[in-house]
Unconditional design. Sequence first.
Length: 339
Amino acid sequence: MIFIDACFRKPTPYTPIWMMRQAGRYLPEYMAVREKAGDFLNLCKNPKLACEVTLQPVDILGVDAAILFSDILVIPLEMGMDLKFIKGKGPIFPEPLKDESQLCALDENAHLKLTYVYDTIKLIREKLANDKALIGFTGSPWTLATYMIEGQGTKVYNIIKKEIYKNPKFIHKLLKIVTQTVKLYLEEQIKSGVNAVQIFDSWAAALEEDKYLEFSWSYIQEICTYIKSKYPHIPIIVFPKSVPAYLDKLDGDFDVLGIDWGTPMEFAKDKIGDKFVLQGNLEPARLYSKEAIDDGVQKIVDVMKNEGHIFNLGHGMIPDLPVENAKYLVKRVQELTKR
Ligand code: CP3
């Protein structure tokens, strides 16, 4: 698999490409299946339909890897928290966690309830071409805990940050519980057939450096060490979004570091060197224009010089991006990087 070889810095015929949120609303075929499922969560819980939308971008765009169709928030959902996806507002937990006394109510066997995810993986792996990788994923403990405490996406993170400075024990206790579940969840994904895993730390930029290392990165490291010690052949990708200033302090037992679009690839390469394969980082909005794609791809390829690189967007696909341009991007990268 080209994608897996690239994760381990082995020679490949070209630089592999996939896109975060490659399955989603910009594809009419996705909208049709979501309609059939009723809503987004029903789609996540229906292995046959979730498999179908996972395969869509592989068939339509020709990307080199599929990413499991699910959501990072199925973990808190199966820990017992009510979760709603509200049109135009995104995910909401109507009853977020308020204090330490509520932690004992979280189901520590959530990973055993996520069987619909494992069934989806088995189905995808049966149907996906042998040369295409299947990427499993999880949210980082920090990003998941933020949702569990804030109850929704936030620009200021004031509720969880208040706890970090006033009552850090509460947050560490929550992070420990979530970390344990994430380890077992990724392990089950691997046993079900994923070929690589990505840890999304979407809210990495919420914290100052030492607090980030303490409340997020240390738990990501613990997960990486656990998975690597048992499954060394499975590449681990970590994506701590928007933390360029201390990229070089983000060490650990993983293979690929995801770079967001706000961090120049050249800067990342300077800081990281050959320590990790880099994944990224085209600004997703460039997909609105073919000229912007050409220009952006060329700049990234010039920096990465076809080595130690997996091409991706620097964050997820935007729902109104033209499918035609996404196809164009994939073709452009695969041609331009041909050895
Ligand atoms: O194609 C893929 O990338 C795989 C599937 C995937 C989804 N969510 C599907 C989805 C993955 C890997 C995720 C991860 C995820 N979910 C993250 C981390 C990545 C990131 O974006 O930083 C986060 C923070 C979430 C939480 C979440 N789920 C949000 C904020 C939203 C609303 C986003 C929006 O644009 O409305 C979701 C819903 C969601 N997850 C959709 C999809 C395709 C849109 C649902 C729909 O309306 O059909």
